[in-house]
Ligand binder design. Structure first.
Ligand code: PMP
Length: 305
């Protein structure tokens, strides 16, 4: 259950949590035309809180909306201010932030271009997405029977609400079968991403990730690639098949919610020694040092409250 806080920002107003309701004719509820973001705010050891890569997340939100022909009726700066305010008014020192852009009620039917474009911004406390144990020791994953989106069926560069039916089906399939997470293949059969994370693997000291053709252009993925490059480790983008994962030395997933989560088993094949390897541990350390303000690198990525 999401832990309730005091206020939600809806269409420009801070309103009480319980009053943030929509009509059942809300267009997005019927057809899934909406876009969203998932962002984290971390409290540093100095007690200061900062939202991680707020600008990049808001840029992606506007790009996602633009791809879906939705015009957000606010300036980016207003949305960014609201994202910071929602933590302040709710006295949250850290947590997860969810801007959601949706089509309101008015006309029904698919065209419905005159319905209002609405924006909600919600913040709540959220611990590790794939579990503390998973972040520490690694998770077990299964390759999905569901295929990731074809680039001309869903708009894969848009973080669109409707794209997540595919993710939820895959996630549920894997969890019902006793795994922690799922890996999805693209329509050509190459590894794309997990249900809500990008994927990296290490083999003989080289680091690989799939191109973001079917996969979301993850902001954590980009962060990791920059951090590794700065540490003298280049990540190569390439298409690869599921069996390359079976013989990988290390695999890890990246995402705002999942942060950096090691994978210790794929389809019953143990990955490397079955515990997080040196590259994964290095990425975890660099990432958490950065988001918690312990490192002096990339202070431009931290939007302090
Ligand atoms: N892929 C999918 C399908 C996702 O939902 C997410 C989470 N937004 C990611 C990858 C990782 O993206 P990011 O690092 O920007 O959170």
């Amino acid at each position: 259950m999401v832990q309730k806080v005091e206020k939600i920002w809806l269409d420009g107003q801070m309103i009480p949590w319980d009053e943030a309701k929509v009509h059942v004719l809300t267009h997005t509820l019927h057809y899934g035309m909406g876009v969203f973001e998932g962002i984290r705010c971390y409290e540093g050891e100095d007690g200061k809180s900062a939202i991680f890569r707020l600008q990049e997340h808001i840029d992606r939100l506007y790009d996602s909306a633009h791809i879906l022909l939705m015009k957000i009726p606010f300036e980016k700066v207003q949305i960014m201010e609201a994202c910071q305010d929602i933590f302040r008014v709710n006295k949250l020192k850290s947590g997860y932030l969810r801007p959601l852009v949706f089509i309101g009620d008015g006309a029904m039917g698919l065209y419905a271009t005159s319905n209002p474009i609405r924006v909600a911004i919600i913040a709540w406390n959220w611990g590790t997405y794939l579990g503390d144990e998973g972040v520490k020791n690694g998770i077990r994953v299964k390759v999905s029977s569901y295929t990731r989106h074809h680039v001309n069926i869903m708009m894969t560069k848009s973080k669109a609400v409707a794209n997540y039916v595919n993710s939820i089906l895959a996630k549920r399939e894997a969890m019902l079968a006793g795994y922690d997470e799922t890996i999805m293949l693209d329509p050509q059969g190459y590894v794309a991403e997990a249900s809500g994370e990008n994927l990296f693997f290490v083999k003989n000291g080289k680091i690989f990730t799939p191109p973001t053709t079917s996969a979301l252009q993850g902001i954590t993925r980009e962060t990791v690639m920059i951090l590794l490059k700065e540490a003298g480790l280049e990540v190569q983008e390439k298409f690869f098949s599921r069996d390359e994962l079976y013989t990988a030395d290390e695999i890890f997933l990246t995402g705002t919610a999942a942060e950096i989560t090691p994978v210790r088993e794929v389809d019953h094949r143990q990955v490397g020694p079955g515990k997080p390897g040196p590259v994964t541990q290095k990425v975890q350390k660099e990432f958490f040092d950065l988001v918690k303000g312990r490192s002096k690198k990339h202070s431009e990525w931290l939007a302090y409250l």
